[in-house]
Design a protein around this ligand. Structure first.
Ligand SMILES: CC(C)(COP(=O)(O)OP(=O)(O)OC[C@H]1O[C@@H](n2cnc3c(N)ncnc32)[C@H](O)[C@@H]1OP(=O)(O)O)[C@@H](O)C(=O)NCCC(=O)NCCS
Length: 155
C-alpha cells in the first residue's frame, strides 16, 4: 500500500513513460496513437495539463486534461497495473477537479472504452454520469461511453 504520492505537472522527460503506459494500459489492442511526440505536444500546450504521480521517483500514473472555456476534457488517464486500487487514481482525479474548479470550469467530460468496466466503475464512484455512447469511437473496434461530471460548489 502506498501512502503518499507526489502529484506534479509533467516534464518533457516524462513523455516516454506516459506514452508507454498509455499504449499498455489504455490503447491495448488498438493502434498506438498517444506516442511520445503527441504527449510532448500536450506538455507544451498551454491549454492542457499533463499531470504525473510519482512515488520514490517512479512514475506510477498520469492524467491529461484539456481546458475549454467552461468545460474540461480528460484525454488520457492511467495508473500502473501494479499500483491500482490504492487510491492513486482518486488522488489524480481530485487534483484535476480542484484545478478545474479554480479555473472556473463547470463540467468535466471524457470517453472510456465501453468494455472498460474498471474505468466506468471508477468514474461513477467519483460522481460522473454516463451521458451517451459513441459507436465505433475507437478505430471502429470498440464503442465509447461518454461520461460527464458537473462541478458544483464544494460542501
Ligand atoms: C481506472 C483506473 C485509472 C483507476 O485507478 P486506481 O488507482 O486503481 O483507482 P482507485 O484506487 O482510486 O479506485 C477508486 C475506486 O474506483 C473503483 N474501481 C477502480 N478500479 C476498479 C475495478 N477494477 N473494478 C471495479 N471498481 C474499480 C472502485 O470503486 C475503487 O474503490 P475501491 O478500491 O475502494 O473499491 C485504473 O484502473 C487504470 O489505470 N486503468 C487502465 C487505464 C484506464 O482505464 N484509464 C481510464 C480510461 S478513460
Amino acid at each position: 500500500m502506498i501512502t503518499a504520492y507526489d502529484i506534479t505537472l509533467a516534464q518533457a522527460a516524462d513523455a516516454p513513460a506516459i506514452a508507454e503506459l498509455s499504449r499498455d494500459a489504455v490503447e491495448y489492442g488498438l493502434p498506438w496513437r498517444w506516442t511520445q511526440a503527441r504527449v510532448m505536444r500536450c506538455i507544451r500546450d498551454a491549454s492542457t495539463n499533463v499531470v504525473v504521480a510519482r512515488h520514490g521517483g517512479s512514475l506510477l500514473g498520469f492524467a491529461l486534461m484539456k481546458y475549454g472555456d467552461d468545460e474540461a476534457h480528460i484525454l488520457l488517464f492511467a495508473v500502473r497495473a501494479t499500483h491500482r486500487r490504492a487510491g492513486l487514481g482518486a488522488a489524480l482525479l481530485s487534483w484535476l477537479e480542484a484545478t478545474a474548479e479554480v479555473a472556473g470550469i463547470l463540467r468535466i467530460r471524457l470517453e472510456a472504452r465501453a468494455g472498460n468496466a474498471a474505468a466506468r466503475s471508477f468514474y461513477r464512484r467519483h460522481g460522473f454520469v454516463e451521458s451517451g455512447s459513441s459507436p465505433g469511437y475507437y478505430e471502429g473496434a470498440e464503442d465509447a461511453v461518454r461520461l460527464l461530471k458537473e462541478l458544483g460548489p464544494r460542501p
